[in-house]
Design a protein around this ligand. Structure first.
Ligand SMILES: [Zn+2]
Ligand SMILES: [Zn+2]
Ligand SMILES: [Zn+2]
Length: 142
């Protein structure tokens, strides 16, 4: 992950080996992961790192918008990294935890509805949950 230094700078977070390692772990992973899984991998490099440190760092990176948090129906905490910083939304597979970028935005109808009431939309959060093509095929075959 080349731009991690500038990302951390933008967030006014100090560049530490731990933060950088954490970003590398998330950047190399096309699936959303739990803090515990990040912790397991971090321990291979930082033997003494505690789970609370991993939680705190992930939360800091999420607050800064560097990593994204998943709102999962199982209510567990998951994070992922997406390098695409233009406005877009994510499709997440509930079975294999894959994350895909979506091209469409799904909000046009909502904006006109809000405007019809005299209001205006300033921002929105959309996350689409489902089964990816691989998992859907598996389900159909089963
Ligand atoms: Zn899947
Ligand atoms: Zn994305
Ligand atoms: Zn959108």
């Amino acid at each position: 992950l080349e731009n991690r230094a500038s990302l951390l700078k933008k967030l006014k977070l100090k560049r530490t080996p731990k933060r950088e390692a954490m970003m590398d772990i998330l950047a190399g992973e096309p699936h959303y992961t739990t803090p515990e899984e990040v912790w397991q991998r971090m321990r291979q490099r930082f033997a003494k790192i505690g789970l609370p440190t991993v939680y705190r760092n992930l939360e800091e990176l999420a607050e800064g918008g560097v990593v994204s948090k998943v709102l999962h129906p199982d209510r567990k905490l998951y994070y992922f990294y997406c390098p695409n910083d233009s406005h877009h939304h994510h499709f997440i597979c509930l079975s294999c935890r894959k994350v895909e970028d979506l091209r469409s935005c799904l909000t046009e109808g909502v904006e006109s509805e809000v405007e019809g009431r005299g209001g205006t939309v300033l921002s929105h959060i959309v996350q689409v949950n489902g089964l990816c093509s691989d998992c859907r095929r598996k389900e159909d075959a089963a």
